[in-house]
Design a protein around this ligand. Structure first.
Ligand code: BGC
Length: 766
């Protein structure tokens, strides 16, 4: 034992010295080569048992996100001591991280540090808007910075790996996990995914305040049939490559440290056992060198899928398919060694997986100092700071989308005499924290009522009435197992709410979904207002027409009745710790709303999945004939389309110009457009560029986002915005199963949402 330890120390010291010497000579340029040598030198010392050990991830036990495994804590401790665990998840404090790390460092033969993972999805303790909401900002700088803050807080608490960004294309409002996504568009999702990876990982993963990111869920999880979580996914190869994979490719190129695979099957093959996408595409074609962790128990679930006959078989399939680390299935720890000895899994595949895991650990600097994230001072001083709260408010206000504002009812004057704040979510300090809240505390958000009181002048009278609840009690609201059964139908609060509304100059009505109504396992067939919220809205409107709905939700909801009958609607998602202050910033005009929808809002649930970048079909629409692709009882277009959002000012687009109308596949076109702020307030606008490839070797979407820029325009100001169209934007995964530009005609639009009519065209010549 002593000998091997000495060899290891010697090898690591040589690698370290080599590292320093080379850093001095050539700066950081060959850090990667050095890391490769370090990885190899450690791998050379490892027994098969130790290699397999690195490929396991165990839960820290007390914060389960899936069915609990029946492995005892004692067994976990023993395996940690034996070096049979590569990673832990949900180990949540400096103290706990130090203890877990110490078990490995003090007892295991090779002392390979643990990597500690956690779902830091929209903040660690300072909570930012849920990802779908934050994506509505279309502001890559603030998205990157919120990830940077989340990484700083998480790393101060011992965490060095987040299971984020979630970049599943999500077109179905019924799917509860849509709240974790960036919505329906691959281009926007890719940009946001990259911004988040850059925020979490920084320029240098070895710093103490950056953490490894994880692109998930690879792949196709958002295409669950009927929006039911974990359900079967049947998408064709071309759709997979053109719609689902591009964000993953973008973050792989941006250097994301890890990937997580997914629970679903794709056309009969569970993603966890999918060799083609994991080994051939991700690790092969894309040449990505990080490691893939399974989703929680997803290796074992291949048995339930009917794809593996038992756990040993599942381990064999997953390892051969390229899943490098087993999260909580205990399939690798139980069977991999045996499988290698029987020749069912080749040792080179094990070596490859272990190298990938060690590589990330070296990049994080864990071999230099396994306790580098264990700093009590940082834990005390750097989490939930005032500065972070202030930034959370910035992100939150930029994520709000103004859906409707008839007669400019908003913004309100702070001098307003009597403002009624009504609704089940008006004084709710928990809902804005949303799901996947990491260490975001219960009831810690600034409620809307608090935010409004903070904003108005002392002369303003603010009255409050809850009106109703959404679920029958708060605990059930948190787990929300059976939403229909537990919807609250009590209307006894209505009279007080009506009285409050009657005498007010304006009613701010906070309705929508409770915190945990979206998230994993929270699929719904009904996306309207649960309980008696719709009735509340109707009785309030009868006594006061000046109603502003502040909608709080994690998915697109059916708000068609409200949209027709209520003068103003603000989409406020679940905005995080500073929700109430941020909404007040917008209500009173301290901030001019600039958010744009990252996902289409339907007229009703029957339209789902609904997305703007759909295909033409052979029979698009003909109002004079019945046998066309349409609904007989509802429009086929969105109530509020992708990219849509109003401002307190107005913007006009003109002079769309292309510097040429023909290019070769490797050429480029400069596009410019003038955007004018035609109102009397300064405001931000998201200028969006869409194209359509008219004829392809495969049918192409009717519109595809290919560029956007968020700009600030002073009242009356005009700016010329430029885009460049090139082969990279025009290519797609063609019938030849490669990414290429096909010559032909294209249409191009620029405007403030996906329905823009300002159009031009160009051609790519042979
Ligand atoms: C989820 C993942 C998550 C993991 C660990 C799973 O149930 O699907 O997104 O990262 O749990 O908590």
């Amino acid at each position: 034992m002593k000998n091997i330890n000495q060899i290891l120390i010697l090898t690591l010291s040589i690698a370290f010295l080599f590292n320093c010497e080379n850093k001095n000579k050539k700066g950081n340029s060959n850090t990667n080569d050095i890391i490769e040598q370090q990885v190899d030198s450690v791998l050379a010392l490892m027994t098969l048992k130790e290699k397999v050990g690195q490929m396991n991830q165990f839960n820290g036990s007390w914060d389960l996100t899936g069915p609990a495994s029946n492995v005892s804590n004692q067994e976990k401790l023993e395996r940690l001591k034996n070096g049979e665990v590569g990673s832990m998840l949900n180990v949540l404090s400096v103290k706990a991280t130090r203890e877990a790390q110490k078990l490995v460092m003090d007892n295991s033969r090779l002392k390979i540090p643990l990597i500690i993972g956690y779902d830091v999805i929209h903040g660690y303790k300072t909570i930012f808007p849920v990802p779908l909401g934050e994506s509505a900002s279309w502001d890559l700088d603030i998205i990157k910075k919120s990830a940077e803050i989340a990484a700083n807080e998480a790393s101060a608490a011992g965490v060095n790996w987040t299971f984020s960004p979630m970049i599943d294309i999500s077109r179905d409002a019924r799917w509860g996990r849509i709240m974790e996504s960036s919505g329906e568009d691959p281009f926007l999702t890719a940009k946001i995914g990259v911004a988040k990876v850059q925020g979490y990982q920084g320029g240098d993963l070895s710093k103490n305040n950056t953490i490894a990111a994880c692109a998930k869920h690879f792949a196709g999880y958002g295409f669950a049939e009927a929006g039911r979580d974990y359900n079967t996914v049947n998408i064709g190869e071309y759709e997979l490559h053109n719609t689902v994979l591009p964000p993953f490719k973008a973050v792989a190129e941006a250097g994301v440290a890890t990937f997580m695979n997914s629970f679903n099957e794709i056309d009969g093959i569970p993603a966890t056992g999918h060799k083609e996408i994991q080994r051939n595409v991700l690790k092969g074609d894309w040449n990505w060198d990080g490691f893939i962790v399974s989703d929680w128990g997803s290796i074992g679930e291949m048995i339930t899928h009917g794809y593996a006959k038992d756990k040993k078989h599942a381990a064999e399939i997953a390892a051969n398919a390229g899943s490098d680390m087993d999260m909580e299935s205990y399939a690798y720890v139980g069977y991999l060694e045996e499988l290698v000895n029987e020749g069912k899994v080749n040792i080179t595949l094990i070596d490859n997986a272990v190298k990938r895991i060690l590589r990330v650990k070296f990049r994080l600097g864990l071999f230099d100092d396994p306790y580098k994230y264990c700093n009590e001072e940082r834990e005390k001083n750097e989490i939930y700071t005032e500065e972070n709260q202030a930034f959370s408010r910035e992100v939150a206000k930029k994520s709000i989308v103004l859906l409707k504002n008839e007669n400019n009812i908003l913004p309100l004057s702070k001098n307003i005499k009597n403002i009624a704040v009504i609704g089940p979510l008006a004084d709710d300090k928990d809902t804005p924290i949303g799901n996947w809240r990491a260490k975001g505390g219960r009831d810690t958000a600034i409620s809307l009522l608090e935010g409004i009181k903070n904003a108005v002048l002392p002369s303003a009278k603010v009255t409050y009435a809850k009106g109703c609840d959404i679920v029958i009690n708060k605990e059930i609201g948190r787990t929300f197992l059976l939403p229909l059964k537990f919807a609250n139908t009590d209307k006894s609060g209505f009279p007080a709410a009506v009285n409050t509304a009657k005498n007010a100059d304006v009613v701010i009505l906070a309705i929508g979904e409770v915190a945990l109504q979206t998230g994993e396992g929270r699929s719904q067939t009904n996306i309207g207002f649960a309980g008696v919220q719709q009735d509340l809205l109707e009785v309030i409107l009868k006594v006061n027409k000046n109603v502003v709905i502040t909608l709080m939700n994690g998915r697109p909801m059916d708000i068609s009745w409200a949209s027709e009958n209520v003068p103003s609607i603000l989409e406020c998602w679940q905005l995080g710790s500073q929700s109430g202050n941020a909404i007040a910033d917008v209500l009173f005009g301290d901030y001019n709303p600039s958010g744009k929808l990252p996902v289409s809002f339907p007229h009703n649930v029957g339209q789902e999945p609904l997305y703007y970048n759909q295909k033409m079909t052979g029979r698009p629409f003909n109002p004079t004939h019945v046998t066309f692709s349409a609904y007989r009882d509802a429009p086929k277009t969105a109530l509020y389309p992708f990219g849509y959002g109003l401002s307190y000012t107005t913007f006009e687009y003109k002079n769309l110009t292309l510097d040429k109308n023909e290019i070769l596949a490797d050429g480029e076109i400069k596009v410019s457009v003038d955007v004018i702020n035609t109102g009397d307030r300064d405001g931000e606008e998201v200028v969006q560029l869409y194209i359509r490839d008219l004829v392809g070797s495969l049918t192409r979407p009717i519109k595809e986002l290919k560029g956007f820029e968020k700009i600030m325009l002073k009242a009356g100001e005009t700016k010329t915005i430029n885009f460049t169209i090139n082969g990279e934007l025009l290519q797609f995964y063609t019938i030849n199963k490669i990414w290429e530009v096909e010559p032909g005609d294209f249409e191009l639009w620029v405007g403030g949402d996906s329905t823009t009519k300002l159009k031009s065209n160009f051609a790519v010549k042979e």
